[in-house]
Write a protein that binds this ligand. Sequence first.
Ligand SMILES: Cc1cc2nc3c(=O)[nH]c(=O)nc-3n(C[C@H](O)[C@H](O)[C@H](O)COP(=O)(O)O)c2cc1C
Length: 386
Amino acid sequence: MTDLSRRFVTTDDFARAARRKLPKIFADYIDGGSFSETTLRRNREGFDRYLLRQRVLHPLGPADLTTPLGTGTAALPFGPGPVGFMGLYHRDGDICVHRAATRADTPCVISTFSINGLATMKQAAGTVPDFQLYLDRDPEVNASYLDQCRATGVKRIFLTVDTAITSVRERDVRNGFRSVSRITPSLFLQFAARPAWSLSLLRGGFPEVELVAGRPEFGRGALAQAGNLSGRLDIDLTWDKVRQLRADWDGELIIKGISDPEDAARAAAEGMDGIVLSNHGGRQLDHGPATITRLKAVRAALGPDPMLFIDGGFRRGSDIVKAIALGADFVMMGRPFAWAVAAAGEPGVDHLIRLLATETAITLQLMGLTSIAELKAAGPEILLTE
Ligand SMILES: Cc1cc2nc3c(=O)[nH]c(=O)nc-3n(C[C@H](O)[C@H](O)[C@H](O)COP(=O)(O)O)c2cc1C
């Protein structure tokens, strides 16, 4: 048994370790939700509504987690979703996550607000991640994002649509995240209390969001950029802009941040290749429902063909199994990957992926299933409700 296997037995072990490693301002930024954090909590509680059917005495081989996704396949039914500033939680954190996902042969989505840019990631990992796009209010900036996607060979863009207005995350307000643009005395004290993180991250200067480096309107350094980037998001984001992007982008286009069946149906009608059923991990509209509880209705409205990704509170293999049974094609996770990379770097991300794959495989086998394909074929009937 390796050291990592004993230290990190569950996703939550990474969460606790990340909090011990990171300055408070970043630990709170990752963990927090909006306002009362009701939706953040509800995302977890929603899974308890669904129970798994135990079937026995079926012939069982090793579980096959291969997952059909669009025109291709992924080796696993889950992978990292876009998390901004991953490279602040661990030096080159975006690269670590993307490389680990590449090794596991599962897709990785990187944020517009990632520290490492697309070309750097391609060079480091040998593969190009999928790209999450935040539309800026300046069309010229958006055109430059698309140019960088084309130049590096990005195949799939996730357009995030649930953040035209940034909600209030009260932990961030108290810490001054997005309003500090330089290292203040109180930040300095937080950094000094986390010497391992500070030594590793701050050597070579404070990191920058590479995608917008050299653009003075975004400021210099990731702290200033964090404030400016979200303040510059296009508040007039409507279906017209989605249609325009559909015309401008030849690759796959997925809308991230839909949780209502009517919006899902509209996305399919507008020619999207898929959607992400997401409430931004409980960081935007507080008091909305858990994503898992919307899944059946959203799949029904979307139709069988467009890809249906889901995120929000996934921490266990059993969560993933429930989502696939209810009609999702693929599960994305935000915080778990941020915690893993902060807590234990690239080996930590490899380990998280192994843990979740093992949990998923064991859950399937105890349900009398041997593959994701069988789980999909079984559908919601394989679940029970209390
Ligand atoms: C620290 C943090 C940063 C995030 N940054 C982005 C981002 O840049 N773009 C985006 O579309 N979603 C972003 N998200 C939302 C995630 O992609 C995802 O929807 C959410 O984290 C899923 O919930 P989970 O963390 O419970 O897995 C972020 C989430 C967190 C926790």
